[in-house]
Design a protein. Structure first.
Length: 139
């Protein structure tokens, strides 16, 4: 049996935790009206949101999809599913592309882009490639 590389394990668990926590947090904030209150009470937030060509409800849906991609790809990576790393890479890259085209605050995307590049590097190193292509069951 081939052992999962530590880098894949760490990346997968970070994606699971961040995706899960983000899904719960966003659901609670929307359900309790906290997001609407922040937008009403914060003129800077209202101004930024008004500059986006994407309606707020669509932004919520896009956020949920992003968090689900993180969660699903993290779980599937632990199960040695090669499509999972591609789902993460393609889904996140698509999110960045949409953000670059529509975000009124593009420089705020830089830290996320750096994390994306680092995670992608670890997901496609030789040991990770072997792990995801090896037909033996994962350990």
């Amino acid at each position: 049996m081939r052992t999962r590389p530590t880098s894949v394990t760490v990346v997968a668990w970070i994606l699971i935790l961040m995706g899960g926590i983000s899904l719960v947090t966003m659901t609670v904030m929307i359900g309790t009206g906290m997001i609407d209150k922040v937008m009403i009470d914060n003129p800077a937030a209202r101004e930024l949101i008004s500059k986006s060509p994407i309606p707020v409800p669509v932004q919520y849906v896009m956020s949920y999809i992003s968090f689900l991609i993180m969660l699903v790809s993290g779980v599937a990576m632990l199960k040695r599913q090669n499509w999972a790393r591609w789902l993460y890479v393609v889904g996140t890259a698509a999110g960045f592309l949409i953000g670059v085209m529509t975000s009124p605050l593009k420089e705020a995307m830089i830290p996320g882009l750096v994390v994306f590049v680092v995670v992608t590097f670890f997901l496609f190193r030789p040991k990770a490639n072997k792990y995801f292509s090896d037909p033996e069951p994962a350990t």
